[in-house]
Design a binder for this molecule. Sequence first.
Ligand code: FAD
Length: 310
Amino acid sequence: PFDVLIVGGGPAGAASAVYAARKGIRVGVAAERFGGQVLDTMGIENFISIPYTEGPKLAAQLEQHVKDNEVDVMNLQTAEKLIPAANEGGLHEVRLANGGSLKARTIILSTGARWRKINVPGEDEYRNKGVAYCPHCDGPLFKGKRVAVIGGGNSGVEAAIDLAGIVAHVTLIEYASELRADAVLQRKLASLPNVKIITSAMTTEVRGDGEKVVGLTYKDRNHGDLHEVALEGIFVQIGLVPNTEWLKNAVALTTHGEIEIDARGETSQPGIFAAGDATTVPYKQIVVAMGAGSIAALSAFDYLIRLPAD
Ligand code: FAD
């Protein structure tokens, strides 16, 4: 069995693997797609000390750094079920989609999250060419330009307030007849001169010129007519979904499906830790996920050294 088995190979899992391996213990990483969301990212300008890098390059470096250490990397492996140890100190089991099963004294869950898409024509085609999902990451790329934020919940309204300070103009588009964000955020949004709010609007198309986004089309849900908005960027903010469906009944999850962790990264099950976008960590960013991954690995090691010798 592994001393530490990490499920997920994004920034959180990679950091966990490096930290755990440096303790000289048996470490494995099982990941569906090593690199995680980083693989889908173009420019990264907030990876501190590296002013600019690109997702595929950073993902390859993450994998190389892990492989430079003694880690059993199992790529293209999907975990389907977690069976926590029956008694404290026992072995946890992870069942894989290929029928295999892995056992370990401690587990680190780092299966990340995925942005919910609007699923309209143009969205995939213009991803990273005007269609964005992370205002903290990509907001500054649209300095002085016109953008839309799709989604009027807390994350959409927060994004619109944030972007209004950077870009020329923000159009907030909400499907329902009113915004769902907290009243304090709505008041703040309403006070901003360069924000227009459109409710009862269903986005139907991302329009581009073949290279980049030039606008979007939405349908007025009250009257049924189509409208076009000319802009350079579209931030989709209709939810970040944690990849934790496979963990139901194994560890405590919030109503949004985030793995509940404490300050040491421990879940509701002793010996099972978690890190990164799959958890209740407040901000979903690469440096945050890496920090959380190192916390989870050090906590797992701390747990291991307290187990009775067998
Ligand atoms: P992820 O990166 O999501 O990795 C999850 C890992 O788990 C993957 O290896 C995945 O294949 C694996 N996995 C999932 N389910 C299973 C399963 N059942 N079994 C086995 N493996 C599984 N952040 C920044 O800081 N700066 C940026 O500029 C930036 N830009 C972004 C741009 C885009 C388009 C996106 C989508 C995100 C961006 N982010 C950015 C956010 C950043 O990518 C995430 O915060 C970070 O990748 C989270 O790391 P993670 O390890 O928790 O999860």
